[in-house]
Design a protein around this ligand. Structure first.
Ligand SMILES: Nc1ncnc2c1ncn2[C@@H]1O[C@H](COP(=O)(O)OP(=O)(O)OP(=O)(O)O)[C@@H](O)[C@H]1O
Ligand SMILES: [Mg+2]
Length: 313
């Protein structure tokens, strides 16, 4: 459904735009119909940037994104947003506090759907029920009269009313308490199973990713270091970075610090570093890692690792 091909985003620094930060570095992976993929990595690893690129909130520096086989820049914006929607970390920031919550739905009909009123509001009620909300608890309320978990569900319902096939969910449950988290996670799972929704679930919490996702993509400083079936990545982690993350799971509910070295580049062709980015932190580093091409190698069915020491092909 969504396919990333060599996706690269370099944020330019300075007025001449000659230097830059490589936030996303040649990332390729796919998300199928009815599949939940977790995108996991420490702060600053490029997760949100990937989400924003998929949502067309910015343009890639290199590489391509496809939705339903068609390059995303070929879609007219309104057509694209009927298919692809995003929900973000802070539900309160997605609502204008001055207006009642109903307004996010009114806007959908005004700008995207243009359905007869009764048909439209019927659809809204149905979608609210499918995310476990009673429409009576939603209509006529102001955002501050609802909880974070309820507002997140309203936003998911909004994507359903639009008829979205793909959802970018960026840290959507990190602000919720533990029991509400599980409710929202279960709703995502049900939408995948019942409606074939594809979801990119961005999280810094490995245990949430494990609970919900079919596949997992582990990022380090803009690059994918390991990816594949969630079961395989968690039960048989191979990249030294993935192993380190899994060993530190008990502390994962805390927010990660950004990598010590921000990945800065000069300009032009020299933006790609040579060798493995994890080299300086890796307990297994060897000389040849300095000339590693960074490419993922298949280590078993549906499991790829970017490490010279894997011996995969
Ligand atoms: N608008 C911007 N201009 C310049 N640099 C940016 C911009 N947005 C992000 N960056 C940088 O790009 C890198 C990736 O940022 P991104 O927000 O994608 O990380 P993230 O994995 O989502 O982190 P977090 O877990 O903290 O949300 C970081 O080094 C960040 O400082
Ligand atoms: Mg982020």
């Amino acid at each position: 459904m969504i396919k990333l091909e060599n996706l690269t985003k370099i944020y330019s620094l300075g007025i001449l735009g000659r230097g830059g930060i490589v936030a996303v570095d040649r990332v390729s992976f796919e998300i199928g119909n009815g599949e939940i993929v977790s995108l996991v990595g420490e702060s600053g690893s490029g997760k949100t940037t990937i989400g924003k690129l998929i949502l067309r909130l910015m343009k890639p520096t290199h590489g391509k994104i496809y939705f339903m086989g068609e390059e995303v820049s070929r879609y007219k914006p309104l057509d694209y947003y009927k298919g692809v929607q995003g929900v973000f970390q802070d539900p309160f920031s997605s609502f204008n506090p001055v207006y009642k919550v109903d307004r996010v739905f009114e806007n959908v009909n005004r700008y995207l759907l243009d359905l007869p009123k009764s048909e439209f509001w019927g659809k809204v009620e149905e979608s609210l029920k499918s995310v476990g909300l009673n429409p009576k608890d939603v209509f006529g309320k102001y955002p501050h009269q609802m909880s974070g978990g309820q507002l997140q569900r309203v936003l998911i319902a909004r994507a359903l009313v639009i008829g979205a096939k793909f959802l970018v969910a960026d840290e959507i449950i990190s602000m919720l308490d533990a029991s509400t988290r599980v409710d929202v996670l279960n709703i995502l799972g049900e939408l995948r199973d019942n409606m074939g929704l594809g979801i990119l679930f961005i999280t810094h919490d490995l245990s949430l990713g494990y609970y919900i996702s079919d596949s997992t993509v582990i990022m380090y400083r803009g690059s994918v270091v390991e990816m594949g079936d969630t079961e395989k990545v968690f039960k048989n982690p191979i990249h030294p970075y993935t192993k380190m993350l899994l060993e530190s799971v008990p502390t994962l509910d805390k927010r990660w610090k950004p990598s010590e070295e921000i990945f800065r580049v000069e300009s032009g062709e020299r933006f790609f570093t040579k060798g493995c980015k994890y080299y300086s932190r890796c307990p297994f580093r060897r000389k040849e890692c300095l000339s590693f091409d960074g490419k993922l190698r298949k280590v078993e069915k549906n499991h790829w690792v970017a490490c010279i020491l894997t011996g995969g092909d």
